[in-house]
Design a protein around this ligand. Sequence first.
Ligand code: SF4
Ligand code: SF4
Length: 113
Amino acid sequence: MNRSPFIDPELCRSCGACCKTFEIEYARSMDPIDLSEIDRLRALAEFGDRITTREDGETISLVIDIPCRHLVEEAGRYSCRVYDDPCRPLMCEHFPYGASSLADCPHMRRRHQ
Ligand code: SF4
Ligand code: SF4
């Protein structure tokens, strides 16, 4: 089940947007030497241009365009192969989070746009 207060559970499991990429968030206050790790990651052959960045005032996020292996598509609708399985990560159960935007989950409740 989806336990996030930011989405109507009846609407989840349909678009798959949250399972098609994953993100690693860095604080802008990080040491500049550590930030150079972002470029190093992007240069890795397996990732290439599948890594983009998303920036806001306080953070830089690496957006890695690799879908979860449990994501299943059928007639344009997406579902999670392990949705009701205990192995499903807890972070999936609580997505979208308070800081998520409509770009992350197009079905977020309007009060959180
Ligand atoms: S992006 Fe939102 S609506 Fe779409 S599958 Fe993920 S949580 Fe559900
Ligand atoms: S385990 Fe399921 S809910 Fe979590 S990212 Fe993968 S497909 Fe999505």
